[in-house]
Design a protein. Structure first.
Length: 334
């Protein structure tokens, strides 16, 4: 706004100066075109009086005309044709100050107008809350073998011909991973051994019927091979209704032997009672690598009123003896 006012003032001053110049020029032109006025005669200078002797006045004649004295006309001054008219004085107006240039304003970046908000989308109805998962331990799988009767109290065995009593018992093999639980079961049930280690995932159930002639009993063992992970609660639920257990350690790894008390505590906590136990030191054939002795296994067994047996799933030594000893303890014959 200040720049515009300054430009208007400067333009007005320039216009005034132009008008004055035009007026002065017109006056000068008129002065040249006007005729020169005749110069006025200079007054005659009276001559000096001479000696004058008055004479008798002459009486003019009647009818005579008085003389007319004509004064000489002064010469006109000569005009100088080459003389130029006096210049008209030109009044010089002060030059207006130069406008101060202001820095150009910074360019204004025009942001794009935000798009119009989309029509409100109705919020979906909240999903129903997920059902609370039942964490009750699952019931053990139902025995589908037609020959095996349902588990019953050992005080009332099923009668059999010839005075032989029949039993169906669930037992669990527990211990750290890699101690040979699956190999012991395969040796006992199928009479075979595989050097390839196969990690048990979850549980593996197998059955075998054994005869106890001296006890006149037939025991159908349902053997649960449990994964060797002490921190997996899912495994603990499969100990449900176990009537006995074989706790296995690897005699070449003392950490598996030291973990046996923890496994026994987990079993008794899940069952809420104490059951017959057999403590097994497996891989007894690896004599050169053995770090857990038979005396150590037997000493630990005395703390739990259990039997201690050194076995080898590879050679089969004492494998069947361990299962038979547990079966006798369960039916209360030994």
């Amino acid at each position: 706004m200040d720049d515009i006012i300054m430009y208007i003032v400067v333009a007005a001053v320039i216009a005034v100066v132009a008008i004055l110049v035009v007026v002065l020029a017109m006056r000068s032109k008129k002065a040249k075109q006007a005729p020169a006025e005749p110069a006025k005669p200079a007054p005659a200078t009276p001559a000096a009086p001479e000696s004058y002797v008055p004479s008798a006045p002459q009486t003019p004649a009647v009818g005579a005309q008085a003389p007319v004295v004509t004064a000489p006309r002064p010469p006109e001054p000569e005009e100088d044709e080459d003389e130029e008219p006096a210049p008209v004085p030109v009044t010089t107006l002060p030059r207006p100050p130069a406008p101060v240039e202001k820095p150009a304003p910074a360019p204004v970046t025009t942001l794009p107008r935000p798009p119009a908000p989309a029509a409100a989308i109705p919020e979906p109805a909240p999903a129903p809350a997920p059902a609370v998962k039942d964490i009750t331990p699952p019931a053990p799988p139902k025995d589908i073998s037609p020959a095996a009767p349902a588990p019953r109290d050992i005080s009332a065995p099923a009668p059999a011909a010839g005075g032989v009593e029949r039993y169906a018992k669930k037992i669990s093999l527990i211990g750290d991973g890699g101690v040979g639980k699956t190999s012991l079961i395969n040796r006992f049930v199928q009479g075979m051994f595989d050097d390839k280690y196969i990690h048990t995932i979850g549980t593996n159930v197998k059955k075998k019927v054994i005869m106890l002639p001296d006890e006149k009993a037939e025991v159908n063992l349902m053997i649960w091979d449990l994964q060797g992970q002490r921190n997996d609660p899912y495994i603990f639920s499969h100990m449900y209704k176990s009537e006995g257990a074989i706790v296995v350690c690897d005699v070449t790894r003392d950490n598996t032997f030291n973990a046996m008390p923890e496994w026994i505590a987990i079993l008794e906590r899940e069952l809420k009672l104490k059951v017959p136990l057999i403590l097994v030191g497996n891989k007894a054939d690896l004599v050169d690598e053995m770090v857990v002795s038979k005396d150590q296994v037997e000493y630990m067994a005395t703390k739990y009123n259990a039997n201690a047996i050194m076995t080898s799933a590879k050679t089969g030594d004492n494998v069947e003896a361990a299962f038979v000893a547990l079966a006798k303890k369960i039916i209360g014959k030994k």
